[in-house]
Write a protein that binds this ligand. Structure first.
Ligand SMILES: *Cc1c(COP(=O)(O)O)cnc(C)c1O
Length: 387
């Protein structure tokens, strides 16, 4: 049995990348963190070769990309967390987001190991001073590089980044650091860009621009929501994520409205068709009760595959292209479907849980979550096929 199967349509991915380009002339940092939003990191990255860069959350993800031979610019959103990681960034030519004081300190304390020998502790001079001491050389050629830094400002997300009042000092310290390649790139991330009545993004954009106005360095502000409503006017780099995968960042606007195509289609099949009498209770808890004598289908998908357990009765599925509804609780391995609306259902019939013909956003809304989470949460039991 080949089900459940997540089919990943890489031409839809490229179509969605083209939609990004329709909205903005900025360079594109395609966000492929969390296994490309659950779509398969390497296959997705290879299909995104025409993006100017790739964005990941953690060093490990960036190393997997380099190991697969990906040569593009890669930006790691959490940056380096210690000296070993910093070495790795330099060695593998990875861009680091710097968001915290401890990272500035690491950059300032970093010593290139002495050629042919062990790293030498030269005390707590700053990088600038060290650079003028001729005795300290990189150990190996690949470590001789500088590091590209994206300086993160916190203009209201209150997650990672320097507050506006701290920006000047962080910037100056980076500019003085020998190890750091200039110019830098500034970035900020918006907490409310997907909201229906969003006035905050405008304010936060102004605040960000105010802070960086004296510096020539490149800027990156926009996620999918900003790009889609044409707010990405100040970016040198945009950072689309969810829109590349063909889903909408908005609760009130569909992916289809933006001509985005679903990349992932999650398929399974009917494994049984049952006929129950009026009054029969379906599944754990028995909360859904048949209102009449009726056929009920059992589908091989459950929360053990990553189908959301909180999907409510009424969540749509497609059976042979016709819409039907989930009934009763989601089990680990199966869900039950009201088959009254389906003509001639048969065991083995294909069931689409989300994707082509049924937006993951709609399913997510029935499960009180967002498509991002549905995509990321598929488990190892689901087979993947990239087409
Ligand atoms: C994930 C992420 C994005 C992409 O957000 P979407 O809403 O998926 O477009 C952009 N910027 C940062 C810093 C992120 O972590």
């Amino acid at each position: 049995m080949n089900y459940p199967l997540a089919q990943i349509n890489l031409s839809a991915l490229q179509h969605n990348l083209a939609i990004v380009r329709q909205h903005t002339a900025a360079k594109i940092l395609a966000m492929v963190k969390a296994n490309a939003y659950g779509h398969g990191l390497i296959a997705v990255a290879k299909a995104l070769q025409s993006a100017e860069g790739l964005g990941v959350a953690r060093l490990e993800e960036a190393l997997a990309l380099r190991e697969a031979g990906i040569k593009q610019k890669i930006v790691v959103m959490t940056g380096f967390l210690n000296a070993e990681e910093l070495e790795s960034f330099i060695k593998h030519d990875l861009d680091a987001v710097v968001h915290s004081e401890f990272q500035l300190e690491l950059l300032e304390k970093y010593r290139h190991p002495r050629e042919g020998g062990d790293p030498v502790d030269v005390g707590l001079f700053d990088c600038f001073a060290i650079s003028r001491k001729p005795t300290y050389f990189p150990l190996a050629r690949e470590r001789r590089g500088k590091i590209k830094i994206w300086l993160k400002l916190d203009c209201g997300m209150h997650r990672l980044g320097f507050l506006p009042a701290e920006a000047e000092s962080a910037y100056q310290r980076l500019m003085q650091c020998e190890l750091v390649q200039k110019p830098l790139t500034f970035l900020t991330h918006f907490p409310n860009a997907d909201a229906k009545e969003d006035t905050l993004t405008q304010e936060q954009t102004q605040q960000f621009l105010q802070v960086v106005k004296f510096w020539e360095d490149e800027k990156s502000l926009s996620n999918s929501a900003c790009i889609l409503v044409n707010r990405a006017t100040q970016d040198n780099w945009v950072r689309p994520g969810i829109m590349l995968y063909g889903a909408s960042p908005f609760a009130h606007l569909s992916a289809q409205q933006f001509n985005l195509k679903p990349v992932m289609t999650l398929r399974s099949q009917l494994i049984a068709i049952r006929h129950f009498k009026k009054g029969s209770a379906i599944g754990y808890g028995g909360h859904w009760v048949c209102p009449e004598d009726m056929p009920v289908g059992v589908v091989a998908i459950g929360y053990g595959d990553g189908y959301p357990r909180h999907a409510k009765s009424g969540t749509p599925v497609l059976i042979n292209g016709q819409q039907a509804s989930l009934i009763g609780r989601v089990s680990m391995d199966t869900i039950s479907i009201d088959l009254r609306s389906i003509e001639n259902p048969a065991v083995d019939d294909e069931v689409i849980l989300w994707g082509e013909g049924l937006s993951a956003d709609v399913v997510a809304a029935h499960a009180e979550t967002i498509s991002y989470e549905l995509f990321c949460r598929l488990t190892g039991r689901v087979k993947f096929q990239h087409i």
